[in-house]
Ligand binder design. Structure first.
Ligand SMILES: NC(=O)C1=CN([C@@H]2O[C@H](COP(=O)(O)OP(=O)(O)OC[C@H]3O[C@@H](n4cnc5c(N)ncnc54)[C@H](O)[C@@H]3O)[C@@H](O)[C@H]2O)C=CC1
Ligand SMILES: N[C@@H](CC=O)C(=O)O
Ligand code: NA
Length: 823
C-alpha cells in the first residue's frame, strides 16, 4: 500500500489532473494505493479572501465564488464523460450552494468565528477530491470519494487542530483497511469529536497523507508537487540550487523548520514512527528521481545537505554584569517570553554569561520587548542589566546535515566562506545534535549569505566566480578571450562558472548580475553604458551582493590603483596586472597587505613581475618557508630584453622599439619601459616581497629615452623623436660588439643597493643566452647560495599576461591545482 498526495499545483488545471490520472493508473498496475488531494491551486487562498470579504460586508466575495464555481465546472466538463457529468454537476452544485449559504450567513451576521473559517476553507478539498474521484471513475478506475472528516479526529483548536491519533488510526483502518477501490481523500480537513470541521494548518494535506500511511502501515508516502524534489536551497534565492536525493527525517524536519518550503513539519512524525519513507516527486516530471526522506537519509554523508532561512527575524540582546553566575536568569527570561506567547527561533549565550541573545519573529518582537522591559525593570534601573536591545531586519540562515556531526571542519568552512565574502555574522547557534548550524546576519546580506554558503558546500558541484574587470585594452581584451576559451573546461572539469558581472574602461562601465558575454568588447561597451566613475562602479558592484566577487585591474592607471583600499574595504578580492600600487610608497604597499588581511580578501598580482612567469609566488613561498634573499638580479623587462636581443645595428633602433610595441610587450606608453621605470617598479616589488623596505628614491635608474623624445606629446611624436637618435644607439651597440659583448638592461639588488641600467655582458654571462622577450630572475638566497634559484622565460606579451591573471583568479577561486588553501 502506498499513499499518494497531490498538492494544489498538481490539480491546478485540466492538464495537470490528466497527469495525475496517468500517475495513478500507472501506480495501480503494481500497487494498492490511496490518494490524498489538496484544493485546486489557489482555491484555499480565494476561500480565505471570500470569507474575509463576507465578514467585512463586501459583495466582492460573490464574484469570486462564481469564478471558483465556474473553474470547477469547467474541469468537470472537460474531464468527465458527458453521461456522468450531470450527476457530478448536481452534487457539486449542492456543495457550492452550501458554501454560498455559509458566506451569506457571515455577511449578514458580520460574525466570523475560527470554526466558521475552518468550515469555509475546507470546501476546497471537498470540491477537488470529489471531482478527481469522478474523473478517475470516468476513466474506468474504481475510485471512491472519502471525506477525511470521517477519518481524522482532532481537538477544537480551529485553524491548527491537534490530531487524536488513536481514534484517527482506528477510523482509518476501519474505513480504508478493507477498501478495494482507490480512496480519494480530502487533505487538510478533519473534525472534532462532535463533528465540527477543523483544519490541520497550512500544508496540512501532507500531514493527512502521513496519518493515513501510518494507520495503514503503508510502505511509502509519495508527495507529488511541481518541483523535482527538495533543493539544496530556495530556488528563488539561490539560482545554482541542486536537487537533494536523500534526506533523513531529522534533516527534513530541520530544513522545514527553518523555512524551507519542503514539507509540512508535522508530516514527518507519523511517517518516522513507522519508518515509512516519504518520496517527493514532480507531477510534471514523474520519472525524475526526486527526494527520498527516510530513516537513514544519505548514509555516510559528510556534507551539508541543505540550507534554509527565516528571512525576517528580530534579534534581541540582554547584556549586563548582573547575569554572570546567577542561576535561574535564563529560566526567567524564557518564562517571561513564554508567558507573553513569544516563540523563540534560536538562542545563544556566550560562556562568559554576560549576554543572552535570541531571535524572534518580527511581529512578536514588540511583545517580547515589552514583557522583558516590564519584568526586568528593577534590574535595568539598578544597572545590573543594560538596556535591552532589539535589532530588526535580521535573517537566520541554517545549514543542515546529519553528516556534520561526523565531520570536523564544517563550521570552519562555513565561517571562512562568510568572512571571505565580507558577511558579518551577528549570532551563531549550533544544536548539540550537530545537525544544524544557524547564523544570524543582516537581512540585506541574506541573498549573499545563502549563495556564499551554497557555493562553499556544494563547490564540488558548482561555483560561480563573479568578475568585475577594469581595463579592456591589450591585456584586458586578451583576458576576455581567454575567459571565453577556458570557460567550458573550467565548468566541466572544475565546476567553476566564470561570470563577467562588471566591465569598464576609462570612459564607460556596465554592471549586470546575470553575467555578460566575454566577447564583443570593447566595441559594445558604449551602448547603454554609464559614464565611468570608480565610486559608482564599485557601489553598483557591491549592491549586487554576490559571493565570490573579485575585481581585476588591467589598466596602467594610477587613479585605479589608488582606489584599491576602497575595493578591499568593500570585501572584494583583487587581481591586478597594474604595478603602480605595489611600487608606489612603501606605506601604501603595506597598507594594502594589511587591508587584505583585515577584510579577509585576497590580493594577487603575479603579473606585476615577469608577466605570467611564477616569480612573485616563488619568491613569496621561499620567504615564507624560511629562506632569506641576499641578492636579486635579472632581466626584468620583456620590452628591453626583446629590443637588445633583436637589435643588430642594421634595422633602426626606433623600428625595433616599435615592433616591441606591436608585439604587445611594452607598456601603453613605451617610454615607461625605455626610461627604466617599469623595471624599477618590478625590482621594488620583488624586494618588498622579499621583506626589504625600499622606496623608488633608493634606486638608481638609467633612462634610455633621449630628452626630446621624453617631452613628446604623443606616442607617434615619441617615435619621430626617437628616430633622431637611432645613430647614437647604433654607436653604443657597435662599441659593445667590438668588445665581443652584448647590451643587456639589468636590475640588481644587494646589500641595500638597487640599480637598474644598461650593461655590457660577455658571452659567458648567464644572461647572455636570452632571446625574444625573455626575462630571467636569479635569486641568491641562504638556501641557494652557490647556484641561484632561477626563473626564466618570456616575460611580456598579452597571452602570457592574460594567463597569469587567470591563474591568480583561479587561485582565489580555490581551484585545487592553483589553491594554496585546503577548502
Ligand atoms: N604588456 C604586457 O606584457 C604586460 C602588461 N602588464 C600591465 O597590464 C596593464 C594593462 O596594459 P595594456 O592592456 O597594455 O594597457 P592598455 O592601455 O591597452 O589598456 C588600458 C585599459 O585601461 C583603461 N583605463 C585606463 N585608465 C582607466 C581608468 N582610470 N578607469 C578605468 N579604466 C581605465 C583603458 O580605457 C583601457 O581599456 C598595465 O598596467 C601593464 O603594466 C602587466 C604585465 C605584462
Ligand atoms: N612592459 C612590460 C610588460 C610586463 O610587465 C615589459 O616589457 O616587461
Ligand atoms: Na609573474
Amino acid at each position: 500500500m502506498r499513499i499518494l498526495k497531490f498538492g494544489g499545483s498538481s490539480v491546478g488545471s485540466e492538464e495537470a489532473i490528466k497527469q495525475v490520472i496517468q500517475i495513478i493508473s500507472r501506480k495501480l498496475e503494481n500497487d494498492r494505493i490511496h490518494v490524498v488531494v489538496s484544493a485546486f491551486g489557489g482555491v484555499t487562498h480565494l476561500l480565505e479572501e471570500m470569507v474575509e470579504e463576507a465578514y467585512a460586508g463586501e459583495e466582492a466575495y460573490r464574484t469570486k465564488l462564481k469564478e471558483v464555481e465556474e473553474r470547477h465546472i469547467e474541469v468537470v466538463r472537460k474531464l468527465i464523460k458527458v453521461k456522468q457529468q450531470s450527476h457530478v454537476l448536481t452534487q457539486l452544485k449542492v456543495l457550492f450552494n452550501e458554501l454560498e449559504d455559509v458566506l451569506h450567513g457571515v455577511s449578514l451576521t458580520r460574525e466570523l468565528t475560527e470554526r466558521t473559517r475552518d468550515f469555509v476553507l475546507g470546501f476546497g478539498e471537498r470540491f477537488s477530491a470529489f471531482i478527481l474521484s469522478h474523473a478517475l471513475q470516468s476513466e474506468g478506475i474504481e475510485a471512491e470519494y472519502i471525506d477525511a472528516r470521517e477519518l481524522i479526529t482532532t481537538d477544537n483548536r480551529f485553524g491548527n487542530a491537534r490530531v487524536r491519533t488513536s481514534d484517527t488510526y482506528a477510523a482509518i483502518q476501519n474505513k480504508l483497511g478493507a477498501l478495494d477501490s482507490v480512496a480519494i481523500i480530502t487533505g487538510f480537513i478533519a473534525s472534532t469529536e462532535t463533528g465540527e470541521t477543523t483544519t490541520l494548518g497550512r500544508g496540512g494535506s501532507d500531514y493527512t497523507a502521513s496519518l493515513i500511511a501510518a494507520a495503514l502501515k503503508a510502505e511509502a508516502i509519495e508527495i507529488w508537487t511541481d518541483v523535482t524534489g527538495i533543493m539544496t536551497a530556495d530556488p528563488r534565492k539561490v539560482s545554482d540550487h541542486l536537487p537533494i536525493k536523500e534526506l533523513s527525517y531529522e534533516e527534513a524536519m530541520e530544513l522545514s523548520h527553518f523555512g524551507a518550503n519542503v514539507i509540512y513539519p508535522p508530516t514527518i512524525h507519523p511517517a518516522m514512527a513507522d519508518s515509512i519513507p516519504i518520496y517527493i516527486k514532480n507531477t510534471f516530471e514523474p520519472d525524475a528521481a526526486g527526494t527520498i526522506i527516510s530513516k537513514d537519509g544519505k548514509k555516510d554523508s559528510t556534507n551539508v545537505q541543505g540550507i534554509s532561512s527565516i528571512d525576517e527575524v528580530t534579534l534581541i540582546t540582554l547584556e549586563g554584569s548582573g547575569m554572570v553566575g546567577v542561576s535561574g536568569f535564563a529560566a526567567r527570561i524564557f518564562s517571561v517570553l513564554a508567558d507573553a506567547g513569544v516563540n523563540i527561533i534560536m538562542i545563544t549565550q556566550a560562556s562568559s554569561e554576560h549576554t543572552v541573545c535570541f531571535a524572534v519573529l518580527p511581529h512578536q518582537a514588540n511583545r517580547a520587548m515589552d514583557a522583558l522591559n516590564d519584568n526586568f525593570s528593577r534590574e535595568i534601573a539598578e544597572g545590573i542589566i543594560d538596556e535591552i536591545i532589539a535589532e530588526k531586519d535580521c535573517s537566520v540562515v541554517a545549514v543542515v546535515g546529519e553528516g556534520m556531526k561526523r565531520t570536523p571542519g564544517i563550521s570552519g568552512r562555513l565561517f571562512r566562506s562568510l568572512g571571505r565574502n565580507g558577511i558579518n555574522v551577528r549570532a551563531i547557534a549550533q544544536g548539540s545534535s550537530e545537525r544544524n548550524i544557524s547564523v544570524v546576519v543582516k537581512e540585506k546580506d541574506l541573498s549573499k549569505t545563502l549563495n556564499t554558503i551554497h557555493d562553499a558546500f556544494f563547490l564540488s558541484k558548482l561555483k560561480s566566480v563573479n568578475l568585475f574587470l577594469i581595463g579592456i585594452g591589450l591585456i584586458g581584451s586578451k583576458l576576455l578571450e581567454l575567459f571565453e576559451k577556458q570557460t567550458e573546461l573550467l565548468f566541466e572539469k572544475h565546476n567553476i562558472k566564470l561570470k563577467l558581472c562588471g566591465i569598464a574602461n576609462s570612459r564607460h562601465f556596465k554592471i549586470n548580475a546575470e553575467g555578460m558575454p566575454f566577447t564583443g568588447w570593447p566595441d559594445h561597451l558604449e551602448e547603454n553604458a554609464k559614464p565611468m566613475s570608480l565610486d559608482q562602479f564599485l557601489k553598483e558592484a557591491d549592491q549586487l551582493n554576490l559571493p565570490n566577487s573579485l575585481f581585476i585591474d588591467c589598466t596602467a592607471s594610477q587613479e585605479v590603483s589608488d582606489f584599491y583600499p576602497e575595493v578591499m574595504k568593500a570585501n572584494f578580492s583583487l587581481v591586478t596586472a597594474n604595478k603602480k600600487a605595489n611600487s608606489g610608497s612603501l606605506k601604501r604597499y603595506e597598507e594594502l597587505q594589511e587591508l587584505a588581511l583585515e577584510h579577509n580578501v585576497m590580493y594577487l598580482y603575479e603579473t606585476n613581475v615577469g608577466a605570467g612567469l611564477p616569480v612573485v609566488k616563488t619568491l613569496k613561498e621561499q620567504v615564507l618557508a624560511g629562506d632569506t634573499i641576499t641578492k636579486i638580479e635579472g632581466v626584468l623587462s620583456g620590452t628591453l630584453s626583446y629590443i637588445f636581443n633583436t637589435y643588430d645595428g642594421a634595422t633602426p633602433f626606433s623600428e625595433v622599439v616599435r615592433t616591441a610595441l606591436e608585439k604587445g610587450y611594452t607598456e601603453p606608453d613605451p617610454r615607461e619601459d625605455l626610461n627604466g621605470r617599469d623595471v624599477a617598479r618590478k625590482l621594488i616589488i620583488l624586494a618588498r616581497e622579499a621583506g626589504i623596505e625600499i622606496e623608488m628614491d633608493d634606486l638608481s635608474v638609467e633612462n634610455l629615452v633621449p630628452e626630446p623624445a621624453m617631452q613628446a606629446n604623443s606616442i607617434d611624436q615619441f617615435f619621430d623623436e626617437l628616430a633622431q637618435f637611432d645613430d647614437e644607439f647604433k654607436k653604443r651597440y657597435d662599441q659593445a660588439a667590438s668588445r665581443g659583448n652584448k647590451l643587456c638592461y639589468i636590475a640588481s639588488y644587494q646589500d641595500g643597493k638597487a640599480n637598474v641600467g644598461l650593461q655590457e655582458i660577455g658571452g659567458q654571462h648567464p644572461f647572455n643566452g636570452l632571446s625574444g622577450s625573455d626575462n630571467i630572475f636569479a635569486f641568491h638566497t641562504k638556501h641557494y647560495q652557490d647556484t641561484p634559484l632561477v626563473v626564466k622565460g618570456p616575460g611580456a606579451g598579452a597571452e602570457v599576461t592574460a594567463s597569469g591573471i587567470l591563474a591568480d583568479i583561479l587561485r582565489i577561486s580555490n581551484v585545487p591545482a592553483f589553491s594554496n588553501e585546503i577548502v
